[in-house]
Design a protein around this ligand. Structure first.
Ligand SMILES: *Cc1c(COP(=O)(O)O)cnc(C)c1O
Length: 365
C-alpha cells in the first residue's frame, strides 16, 4: 500500500532537529512573537528574495490581512481563480469584498491571464493569482495588466514554497504574497502557520500591527487588528525545516520526472510545465474522463489518491447565495482531475508501483 501522504514519514528525517527546536523554545520561556519568529521571518524573506516576511497564524489570515492592509472592503471586487482551494475566495469574502472568478488555462489549471481583462470593472481592486499544485501562475501578463489598471497583485503561494517564474521565487512575484505552513504543504509546520512576504515596507509595518491587535507598542492600539501570530514553537520548527526545503523540492522534482517519463504514452493528461518556470510539485495531478473507474483501480492496486478539488468554490453551499458566471472549464476540470502520491520520500520501487498501477488501467481519455 502506498499512502497518498504520510506526514509521520515526511517528518521523520527532521525528528532530531524538531526535538532540538522544541527544547530550545521550552527553555527560552518565551512563546509568542520572540526571537524564533524573528529569525524565521528573516530566513524566509531571504529565501524568497524579498525585504520582508510577516508571519501569521495561517494561510487564510495571510491573504485576508493583506486585503485589509490595502483597504479592500465592501463594494470592492477581487479577481480570483475559479479553480483554487476555497481559502482564496473566503479571504476576499471575509473583508466584505466580492470574489470575481476567472476560468483556468486548461493546460496548467492556473488562472488564464487572457481572460482576466474582461473580468475587471471599476470596482476591481486586486488580482489574486494562485500557484496551484506548485506550478507558478503566468505572472508576466498578470502584472502588466495589473499595473495598467492600477490593481494590487497578491500571490496565493500556499502551494508554491520555492517555485520559480523566470528565475524569481514565489513570494517575490507580486506586490505581496501569502503562504501557508499547514502540515501537508511543501514547507509544513506541526500545526497551523502562515506568512506574508513583500518588498513594501509600509505594508509590512501595517501587517505587523494588524496581526497583533493593531498594536506595535504594548497596550497602544492604532488599528482594530486581530490575533493572528505564528507561535515560537512553530517558527523554530519551520526554521529547521526551511534548511531542507530545496533538497525536498528537488526530490519531488525527481519523482515528477519519473512519473512524466513513465506515463508519457498513456491516455492521461499529464501536468504541463510552463516555459521558464520551475514548479515545486506540491501535487501531481492527472486528468481523465474516467476518473471514478481510475480511482477504483488505484484503490484495488493499493495506490493512495485524492481529488483536488471535488467541488468548485462557486458550487459550494457557502457560496450558494450568489449568482456566478458560467464556469464550464473549471467545472469540467473538477470532474476529471485526480492526484497521485507526490512526496519527497518516495523511493524507486514505490514510484514504479504507482506508474505500473496507472499503466495497467485499461481506459481511454
Ligand atoms: C492551504 C491553502 C490556503 C490556506 O492555508 P491555511 O494555512 O490552511 O489557512 C490558501 N490557499 C491555497 C491555494 C491553499 O492550498
Amino acid at each position: 500500500m502506498i499512502d497518498f501522504l504520510s506526514l509521520k514519514r515526511a517528518n521523520a528525517p527532521h525528528e532530531p532537529a524538531i526535538n532540538a527546536a522544541i527544547a530550545r523554545v521550552l527553555d527560552s520561556g518565551w512563546y509568542i512573537l520572540g526571537k524564533e519568529c524573528e529569525q524565521f521571518e528573516r530566513a524566509f524573506a531571504d529565501y524568497c528574495g524579498v525585504a520582508h516576511c510577516v508571519s501569521v497564524a495561517n494561510g487564510l489570515d495571510a491573504i485576508e490581512l493583506v486585503l485589509r492592509a490595502y483597504g479592500v472592503g465592501p463594494a470592492d471586487e477581487v479577481i480570483v481563480p475559479a479553480q483554487t482551494f476555497i481559502a482564496t475566495w473566503l479571504a476576499v469574502s471575509h473583508v466584505g469584498a466580492t470574489p470575481v472568478p476567472v476560468e483556468p488555462d486548461p493546460r496548467t489549471y492556473n488562472i488564464d491571464p487572457a481572460r482576466i481583462a474582461s473580468a475587471i470593472t471599476s470596482r476591481t481592486r486586486a488580482i489574486i493569482p494562485v500557484h496551484l499544485y506548485g506550478q507558478p501562475a503566468d505572472m508576466g501578463p498578470i502584472r502588466t495588466l495589473a499595473s495598467e489598471r492600477g490593481l494590487h497583485v497578491i500571490e496565493d503561494a500556499a502551494q508554491a514554497h520555492g517555485a520559480q517564474y523566470k528565475g524569481v521565487r514565489a513570494g517575490g512575484l507580486g506586490d505581496a504574497a501569502a503562504f501557508s505552513f499547514y502540515p501537508g504543504k511543501n514547507l509544513g509546520a506541526l500545526g497551523d502557520g502562515g506568512a506574508i512576504t513583500t518588498d513594501d515596507t509600509a505594508l509590512a509595518d501595517t501587517l505587523r500591527s494588524l496581526r497583533n491587535y493593531g498594536s506595535t507598542v504594548k497596550y497602544k492600539h492604532d488599528l482594530r487588528g486581530v490575533n493572528s501570530r505564528l507561535d515560537e514553537l512553530q517558527a523554530a520548527m519551520l526554521s529547521e525545516k526551511l534548511r531542507a526545503l530545496d533538497v525536498e523540492n528537488a526530490a519531488r522534482a525527481r519523482v515528477a520526472a519519473r512519473y512524466l517519463e513513465g506515463l508519457r504514452d498513456t491516455p492521461f493528461q499529464l501536468p504541463h510545465v510552463l516555459a521558464d518556470t520551475e514548479p515545486v510539485w506540491h501535487l501531481f495531478v492527472l486528468r481523465t474522463r474516467e476518473r471514478a473507474r481510475l480511482a477504483e483501480h488505484l484503490r484495488a492496486n493499493g495506490v493512495g489518491h485524492m481529488i483536488h478539488y471535488p467541488t468548485p468554490c462557486h458550487q459550494q453551499v457557502a457560496y450558494a447565495d450568489s449568482e456566478w458566471p458560467a464556469l464550464p472549464l473549471c467545472e469540467r476540470i473538477h470532474d476529471e482531475v485526480i492526484s497521485i502520491p507526490m512526496v519527497p520520500y518516495l523511493v524507486g520501487h514505490e514510484i514504479d508501483a504507482v506508474i505500473s498501477a496507472l499503466r495497467s488501467f485499461g481506459g481511454a481519455r
